[in-house]
Design a protein around this ligand. Structure first.
Ligand code: GLN
Length: 497
C-alpha cells in the first residue's frame, strides 16, 4: 500500500527506516503493472535506471543523509514526455521525434535528482502540449482513473492520471494555457502553474515560450509546495528565469494556525467569471468554497477583470504564433524521424506532413497566418496589446485582493471523443485557466468536491482555482492549504488508486 502515501508520509517512513526507496519504487511499479493497461498514462519507463536511482537513495539513507538535506530522497516521480531526461526517450507524444533520446537533463530534472528523487517514466500528453484531453497524442489516449470512459484532461493528462491512480507519488508537467491545472481538476489532484520565470524552462520542449511554465502534480498542497520549492530558482541557462531567492513555501504553510488561519487575507471573485450557463454542480461547489473561505477567516469581495472575454481569442493567436516558430526546428534534419525527398524542401515537407498530427498542423497554419505580413498588425500585434490589458486587469485587482478564486474548469471530465471533432468547444475547456498564462501570474487547482453520481456516470472530481500575484506563491499555497485541510477532499482516492 506504499504507493497510496503522500510524499510527506513516504519520506517519514523512509526516515524511520520503515520502508526503503526500492520498496516504494516497487510499490509504484506493481500498481502500475496492474492498472496502467487501463489508464494508459505511461508512454515508457526504464525499470533498470529507476532501480539504480532507488538503490543510490537507499545508500544515502543508510549513510545518514536526511530529508532536510535532500527533501525528495527516495521519492518516485514521473515526467511529462516533453522534459529532457538524459538517455530517455523524448517524444512529446508526437511521431516526428521518432526514436530521439535526450542527451541532457532539463534543469528541473537535475534539481529533482539533486533533491534525491527517483525520476522514472515518460507520461502521455497531447501532441506538443496542444490540447485539453490527451486525445491529440499520436500514440494513445489516457483515460480518467475516476471513469475510464472519460478523458483525464490535458495536455498533461498522463501526469494527472498517474498521480490520481497512485502510480507515481507526484509528476512534473507543463502549463501553457491550463495544461497542469485543468487535468489536475478533472483527476482530483493538486496542480500548480508557477509564476512565469520562477521555474527554469531549460530542457522543456517549447510550445509557446512566453506562456510555458513547468509545475508539479501532487496528492496534496503540502507536497505541491515542496515540489515547487525544489524545482524553482534562477537558472542562467534560461534567460527568462528570474534572479531572486525562492521563498520557503513550507514555512508559509506553517503560518496557517488556529480556527481562522486566513484572517486578514482577501479573496476576489471576478464578476466576469460568473458566466451564465456555468454547470450547476460547478457553481454549487464554488459557492460552498466561498462559504468555507469565509469560515476560515478570509474576506471575499467582488473584483473585475474587464478584458476576460478576450482571453481565449488572444491566447489562440499568441500561442499558435509562438508554436509555429518553435516547431520549425522539427525539419527532418536535426531531430528524430525523417521522410526522404528529392531535395531539402521536399524532405522537410514530407517529414512534417507525416510527423505532425492534425491539431499541431492546425496551430502551425494558424500561427504562420497571424504572423504573416498583412495580418501581423491585425492579429498578432493586436493580441499582444490585449495581452497587456489582461495583465493590467489582474495587477489592478491584486491591489485590493491577495488572490482570485475561480472554478478550474467549466465542467467535470467529459467523455472520450465528445469534443475531439470540435476544436472550438475543446478550446473553451481552458476558459478559466488561460488568462493566468497571458498575465504571467501563478495559479493552483485544488480538489473541491464531486459531481453527484448518476445512472450513466460515477461521481467525478471538481477543482477550484486560486490565481495569485506574480511571485505570490506563498500566499497562494497558504490559501489552498487551509481550504484543503478544512475540507479533506484530498483524502478521496480514485477507484484505480
Ligand atoms: N489546452 C490549451 C491548448 O490547447 C492549453 C495547453 C497547454 O497548457 N499546454 O493550447
Amino acid at each position: 500500500m506504499l504507493h497510496r502515501l503522500t510524499i510527506s508520509e513516504l519520506t517519514g517512513r523512509l526516515a524511520r527506516r520503515e520502508c526503503t526507496a526500492q520498496s516504494a519504487l516497487r510499490a509504484c511499479f506493481d500498481h502500475l503493472t496492474q492498472v496502467d493497461g487501463q489508464v494508459r498514462a505511461f508512454m515508457s519507463y526504464d525499470v533498470t535506471d529507476a532501480y539504480a536511482q532507488a538503490e543510490a537513495a537507499d545508500r544515502d539513507l543508510a549513510a545518514g543523509v536526511t530529508h532536510a538535506q535532500k527533501p525528495l530522497l527516495g521519492v518516485p516521480i514521473a515526467l511529462k514526455d516533453l522534459l529532457a531526461h538524459r538517455g530517455q526517450p523524448l517524444n512529446c507524444s508526437s511521431k516526428i521525434l521518432g526514436n530521439y533520446r535526450s542527451p541532457y537533463d532539463a534543469t528541473v530534472v537535475e534539481k529533482l535528482k539533486a533533491a534525491g528523487a527517483v525520476v522514472f517514466g515518460r507520461l502521455n500528453m497531447d501532441e506538443f502540449a496542444m490540447g485539453s484531453s490527451t486525445e491529440t497524442s499520436a500514440f494513445q489516449t489516457t483515460l480518467n482513473p475516476w471513469d475510464l470512459t472519460r478523458i483525464p484532461g490535458g495536455s498533461s493528462g498522463g501526469c494527472a492520471a498517474s498521480v490520481a491512480a497512485n502510480m507515481a507519488f507526484a509528476s512534473i508537467g507543463s502549463d501553457t494555457g491550463g495544461s497542469i491545472r485543468q487535468p489536475a481538476a478533472l483527476c482530483g489532484v493538486v496542480g500548480v502553474k508557477p509564476t512565469y520565470g520562477l521555474v527554469s524552462r531549460y530542457g522543456l520542449t517549447a510550445f509557446a515560450s512566453s506562456l510555458d511554465q513547468i509545475g508539479p502534480f501532487a496528492k496534496d498542497v503540502h507536497d505541491a509546495a515542496l515540489l515547487t520549492q525544489v524545482i524553482a530558482g534562477h537558472d542562467p541557462r534560461d534567460s527568462t528565469s528570474i534572479p531572486q531567492p525562492v521563498p520557503d513555501y513550507l514555512a508559509a504553510l506553517a503560518k496557517n494556525t488556529g480556527p481562522q488561519p486566513l484572517k486578514g487575507l482577501k479573496l476576489g471573485l471576478a464578476k466576469e467569471y460568473m458566466i451564465g450557463g456555468l454547470d450547476h454542480e460547478v457553481d454549487a461547489a464554488m459557492q460552498a468554497a466561498v462559504k468555507q473561505y469565509q469560515a476560515l477567516g478570509a474576506e471575499v469581495v467582488e473584483v473585475s477583470l474587464p478584458h476576460s472575454d478576450y482571453a481565449a481569442a488572444t491566447y489562440y493567436i499568441i500561442a499558435p504564433a509562438e508554436a509555429s516558430a518553435n516547431l520549425a526546428r522539427f525539419d527532418g534534419v536535426r531531430y528524430g524521424a525523417r521522410v526522404d525527398g528529392r531535395d531539402p524542401a521536399e524532405l522537410n515537407a514530407k517529414t512534417r506532413g507525416a510527423g505532425f498530427g492534425a491539431e499541431v498542423k492546425r496551430r502551425i497554419i494558424l500561427g504562420t497566418y497571424v504572423l504573416s505580413s498583412g495580418y501581423y498588425d491585425a492579429y498578432y500585434l493586436r493580441a499582444q496589446k490585449v495581452r497587456t490589458l489582461i495583465r493590467q486587469d489582474f495587477l489592478k485587482a491584486f491591489e485590493t485582493v491577495d488572490a482570485i478564486l475561480t472554478p478550474t474548469t467549466p465542467t467535470a471530465a467529459f467523455k472520450v471523443g465528445e469534443k475531439s471533432d470540435d476544436p472550438l468547444q475543446m478550446y473553451l475547456s481552458d476558459i478559466f485557466t488561460i488568462s493566468c498564462n497571458l498575465a504571467g501570474i501563478c495559479g493552483i487547482s485544488v480538489p473541491c468536491g464531486f459531481t453527484k453520481p448518476t445512472e450513466t456516470a460515477p461521481r467525478l472530481p471538481l477543482g477550484l482555482q486560486l490565481l495569485g500575484k506574480p511571485f505570490g506563491e506563498e500566499t497562494m499555497f497558504r490559501l489552498a492549504h487551509a481550504y484543503e485541510q478544512s475540507t479533506g477532499w484530498h483524502h478521496e482516492r480514485s477507484p484505480l488508486g
